[in-house]
Design a binder for this molecule. Sequence first.
Ligand code: SAH
Length: 440
Amino acid sequence: MQSFPAFFPLEGRRIAVIGEGPMADAKARLFAGSPAAVERFAQTPESLAGFSLVFVALADEAGRAGAVAVSKRDGVPVNVVDGPALSDFYTPAIVDRGELVIGVSTSGAAPTLARDLRARIEAIVPAAYAQVAAFARRIRARVLARRSNFEGRRRAWEAILRGAPGERALAGDLDAAEALAEHVLEGAAAAAGVVHLVGAGPGDPELLTLRALRVLQDADIVFHDKLVDPRVLDLIRRDAERVFVGKARGDHAVPQREIEARLIAEAQKGRRVVRLKGGDPFVFGRGGEELEALRAAGVEAHVVPGITAALGCAAEIGVPLTHRDHAQAVTFVTGHAKDGAPDLDWAALANAKQTVVVYMGVDTAAHTAANLIAAGRAASTPALVIENGTTPKVKRARGALCDLPALIAQAGILGPAILIIGEVAALADVAALALAEQAA
Ligand code: SAH
């Protein structure tokens, strides 16, 4: 460790910024919104006594040396812009979440590296963490009063901040968080866990939401499907337990009711449970049933949306699912029914100015095409089939609606795949299609 990260309280403190220009402005700006008072000087003043920190942004050597000398004489730590050798402390790249502050430093070696790292930390630490810190301050005295030893306090803090109270604080409801924390302190709800139903997106881990990433990194246990990409599974906290409850087509590895019962049981043990599902949990994902079961059991449950297959696959090849010239609506339907092919409202789906995306529709593509055409949709309507979109295994084929079953057979597509039917399918990036055909 080449430098030590200490944090100076700013309440009631005075900060001196010496110099003019953008560097000096930037140092002054660091304290905007903080309780410190910033005083600006064009040149070094006679005395710096009474200041807590001094920043020097002067260009000339003599000026810098003078400012350092006065700071040292008056016993105030000094930072010189672009002068690590003259400085008593370095200015870190800062992630500002109110009472929660993260500083990144390379000990003056490479500020750009520190800033890049900060950008990544900004992305994974939600702004709402400031509320969690504020909440912790609010209940701090009570936790100290009610838990006499160190170990008891640590356990109480973990139960509060990692459990339902912390989750409520993160959602901005500090009063509810406080009431739940009170339960924990009474020992009543010492084991209140939480379940997140999380959308893993269609494959590419970059399509995860920041919230999904955060809860994956906080999880104690993760229940995941077959559809979840292995690259997303790599982002789960390393120590978390992983449970595969895969449901391959026609092979119901773990029955739905049992999955629900296990989610509830784990949450009731006080664990942070993630139910990770491909795409979005509420789009053909049975997320609705799981949420109902969790609510009925009185378990704290949250839903983290994901990019659904239709959106991910369409974006990847430049197909706008709605487009002023071609489609006024997009409809997501399922091609799967309990006993074979679904009985959809074909007349409604045959409307020409509409894009239809069929999920789980590979096996029933012939039935879908025949019904749409019989209901009046043109046999020549452009149609796309996309298997494993946004993954390295992607396969795509395009043709006319009437040729859908043949296209699927030729490309050797077995699913998971979606069908995109409508004029917008003609707008697909031809290069992407050709490339995929070669690869396949
Ligand atoms: N909740 C998921 C859908 C689950 S149903 C979502 O929002 O995307 C499973 C179906 O989703 C698959 O049969 C297939 O039709 C579609 N699907 C999921 N991932 C896909 C992908 N990467 N490429 C193409 N289709 C996909």
